[in-house]
Design a protein around this ligand. Structure first.
Ligand code: F6R
Length: 606
C-alpha cells in the first residue's frame, strides 16, 4: 500500500526520488521521506503529502544514491517519527519497508531489553536495528539483510542503504519490488509506474528474492543464499498515458478514458463472423470449457462488484453455475475446491493481498486460477500464470472507474466464449458481439452529454445517507455507485437489490431522502418501478438511471438517461453517471478526490 523508490548511479538521486514519490503517491499518502547518501546518510521525513516533504527539504540534498517512501499507516499513527526511512542508532543504515512484520512486537521487546532505543511505533523499524547488529558483528550488507529477514515473519518489500557501502540491498516477500535497469544506474520501485519514463528494462523480484543493486550491476539471490539469474523483461506497451494532462483530477481523466480503455480491452478479442469471443490467455479449448462444472470469481471492492456483474453474464450466457466471492472471506472459510472448476481472480492492481491469498488457497487445494488483471506482470497475474489482461491503462485515482468497466468487458467476453462452447447459438452470439463492439462509442456518447449530474449533487451532498437500488445485473452496479460515493465524498451509502428494500432499508426513508435507482430496459424493469413507488410513497426523491427514451423517466425526480444496449451490457453504461455523481459530489464537498482519507490504491495488507 506504501510506495518505494530508490536510485543508485552517477546522477543526483533526489530528483528521481521526488518524482518517483509523486508518481507513487496514489499508493499511500499519510507521510513520506527520503534518505540520500552523501558521505553520511541524510534523512528527511514529513507527514502529509509529498509536496509537504518537498517544502521542508533544504535547497540542495546532494548524493547519487538514495531511497524514499510514501506511507499508508498500519502500525503507529501518522507522525514524522513513524514515516520511513528508519535509521540505525548510529545513522549509518537507512531502510524503507512495505508490508507488515507480524512478529515486530516480539522483536521490539528483545531489542529494547538489549538497550536499543526505538524511535517510532512502527513494525518496520526493528529491521534496521537487526541489520545494524549483523553489520556490527562483521556481516556484509546482503548477509546482514538475509539473516535479519530470517528472524522476521510477515511480508516485506524493503530497500536498505549503508553509509559504508555503495549499494542498495532490497528484498521481497509479499510486497512487490521491481528494479529498473539503466546504463551505469539502476532504480528500484514498488511498481512500474515511476519507472516507465526512466527505462523499459526491468527485473521483477519474486517472493523470497534478495537483490544487491549497485550503479553497474544487479545480483539476485534467494532467501536460502542460492544465486539466481536476474531475468530482464521489457515494459513495452505495458502502460498508456500516466500523466494528468488537462484534467484537474485523475478520477475525471480515468472516467473519460473509458471509451478508449474499453476499445483496448475488446480489440482483437471479438470474432464477429462466428459470434464468439477469444481470450487466448485463458488457455482453455471449447472442449475443456464444456466440461467445467462451475465458475467462481474472486475480488474485493470494485473488483468484487465487477465480478458480481460477470457472474450474472457468465451464468446467463453459458448456463453454468457461477458465483462471485469476497476474497477475504473466501480464503478464511476453508472453501471446497473442485479441481476441474474454473476460478478467476479479478484485480486491477494485481497486488491485493486478500485476493492473492485466495488464489494461493485454491492452488494449494489443487484448483486452477486465471487472472483478470490490469497491471501486467503484477503478483497475482504471475501467481496465476494464465488469464487475461483487461488493458485499462494506468489507474491512479484511488476510486476505481475504468478498471470496473474493463473488468466487466473482459468477463463479458469470457461469458460469450464459454457460452458459445456450451449452449449459446451463433446467431445470439453474433448479436452479443455486435452490441459489445458498440459499447466504447456509446460510453463516449454518454460522457459528452452526461445529464443533470449537478442537480443530483445538490440533492445528495448534505444527505444523511443515500440508498442505491438495482435488480439483477443492476444490483452490483448499485453497490458500485454506493462504494464510489462513500469512499470519496464520505457520505454513508447503502446499496440493496431493489426487491430487498422493503425488508429493512425502507425504514431509513423520510421526506426528501435521496434514492438512486438503476433501472435499464431489461426484463426486471417493471418490478423496479414497484420499488420506486414504494420509495416515493415515503417521501423519497428518486434519481433514476434508465435507458434513453424509456417512459420510465416519468417515475423520476431527476432522470439520467444512458444509451440503449443489450441488457447484458448495461452495467458499462449505467455505472457512468454513478461515477460522475461521486466525483462531482466529492468536489462540491471539498474532498480530496484522488486521495480520499484512510484509503490506498493497492491494498497489500490483509
Ligand atoms: C474502490 C477501489 C477498491 C478496490 C479494491 C480491490 O474504488 O478502488 O475497492 O477495487 O481494493 O483492488 P484491486 O482491483 O486492485 O484488487
Amino acid at each position: 500500500m506504501c510506495g518505494i523508490i530508490g536510485y543508485i548511479g552517477e546522477q543526483q538521486a533526489l530528483p528521481f526520488l521526488l518524482d518517483g514519490l509523486r508518481r507513487l503517491e496514489y499508493r499511500g499518502y499519510d507521510s513520506s521521506g527520503v534518505a540520500v547518501k552523501n558521505g553520511g546518510i541524510t534523512v528527511h521525513k514529513k507527514t502529509g503529502k509529498v509536496a509537504d516533504l518537498e517544502a521542508k527539504l533544504p535547497a540542495s540534498v546532494e548524493g547519487t544514491c538514495g531511497i524514499a517512501h510514501t506511507r499508508w499507516a498500519t502500525h503507529g499513527g501518522v507522525t514524522d517519527e513513524n514515516a520511513h526511512p528508519h535509521c540505525s542508532a548510529d545513522g549509518k543504515i537507512a531502510l524503507v519497508h512495505n508490508g507488515i512484520i507480524e512478529n515486530a512486537r516480539n522483536l521490539r521487546n528483545r531489542l529494547e531489553n538489549e538497550g536499543v532505543k526505538l524511535r517510532s511505533e512502527t513494525d518496520s523499524e526493528v529491521l534496521v536495528h537487526l541489520i545494524h547488529r549483523e553489520i556490527s558483528n562483521g556481516a556484509k550488507p546482503l548477509t546482514a539483510v538475509r539473516r535479519t529477514l530470517k528472524r522476521a515473519r510477515g511480508t516485506w518489500g524493503i530497500c536498505v542503504v549503508f553509509e559504508d557501502h555503495e549499494k542498495i540491498i532490497c528484498a521481497r516477500n509479499g510486497s512487490p519490488l521491481v528494479i529498473g535497469v539503466g546504463s551505469g544506474e539502476n532504480w528500484i520501485a514498488s511498481d512500474t509506474l515511476p519507472l516507465q519514463t526512466l527505462t523499459q528494462q526491468v527485473v521483477r523480484l519474486d517472493d523470497g528474492d534478495l537483490a544487491e543493486v549497485s550503479a553497474d550491476g544487479i545480483k539476485t539471490s534467494r532467501f536460502d543464499g542460492r544465486t539466481t539469474d536476474s531475468e530482464v523483461t521489457s515494459l513495452d506497451g505495458e502502460w498508456g498515458e500516466a500523466e494528468l494532462g488537462d484534467f484537474p483530477h485523475f478520477m475525471l481523466k480515468e472516467i473519460h478514458e473509458q471509451p478508449e480503455a474499453l476499445r483496448q480491452c475488446l480489440t482483437g478479442r471479438l470474432d464477429i463472423k462466428n459470434g464468439n469471443a477469444r481470450l487466448g490467455g485463458i488457455g482453455l479449448t471449447a472442449k475443456q470449457l464444456q466440461k467445467i462444472p462451475h465458475v467462481r470469481l474472486l475480488g474485493c471492492g470494485t473488483a468484487l462488484n465487477a465480478s458480481q456483474v460477470g457472474r450474472i453474464v457468465i451464468e446467463e450466457l453459458a448456463r453454468v453455475p457461477t458465483l462471485a466471492h469476497v476474497s477475504s472471506e473466501f480464503r478464511h472459510n476453508n472453501p471446497v475446491i473442485e479441481t476441474n472448476a474454473l476460478h478467476f481472480a479479478v484485480s486491477q492492481s494485481g497486488e491485493t493481498a486478500d485476493t492473492l491469498a485466495a488464489v494461493k488457497e485454491i492452488q494449494l487445494k489443487g484448483g486452477e486460477v486465471r487472472g483478470v488483471i490490469n497491471v501486467v506482470g503484477s503478483t497475482i497475474a504471475r501467481q496465476c500464470g494464465r488469464g487475461c489482461y483487461i488493458h485499462s491503462g494506468p489507474e491512479q485515482s484511488v476510486a476505481s472507474t475504468k478498471a470496473f468497466s474493463n473488468m466487466v468487458a473482459a468477463l463479458s467476453l469470457f461469458g460469450i466464449q464459454i457460452g458459445r462452447a456450451r449452449t449459446l447459438s451463433r446467431e445470439k452470439g453474433k448479436k452479443l458481439v455486435k452490441s459489445l463492439q458498440k459499447i466504447p462509442k456509446l460510453v463516449g456518447d454518454y460522457l459528452e452529454a452526461p445529464g443533470p449530474i449537478e442537480e443530483v449533487v445538490d440533492l445528495v451532498k448534505d444527505a444523511k445517507s443515500v440508498l442505491f437500488l438495482g435488480r439483477g445485473i443492476s444490483a452490483p452496479v448499485a453497490r458500485e455507485g454506493a462504494l464510489k460515493l462513500m469512499e470519496i465524498a464520505y457520505i454513508p451509502c447503502l446499496a440493496y437489490p431493489a426487491g430487498e428494500m422493503k425488508h429493512g432499508p425502507i425504514a431509513l426513508l423520510e421526506e426528501g431522502s435521496p434514492v438512486v435507482v438503476i433501472a435499464p430496459n431489461d426484463s426486471l424493469k417493471d418490478k423496479t418501478v414497484s420499488s420506486i413507488q414504494e420509495c416515493r410513497a415515503r417521501g423519497a426523491k428518486i434519481i433514476l438511471i434508465h435507458e434513453e427514451g424509456d417512459p420510465i423517466a416519468e417515475e423520476a425526480d431527476i432522470s439520467i438517461p444512458v444509451p440503449a444496449t443489450d441488457p447484458m451490457f448495461t452495467p458499462m453504461l449505467t455505472v457512468l453517471p454513478l461515477q460522475l455523481i461521486a466525483y462531482q459530489t466529492a468536489l462540491a464537498l471539498g474532498c480530496d478526490v484522488d486521495r480520499p482519507r484512510n484509503l490506498a490504491k493497492s491494498v497489500t495488507v490483509e
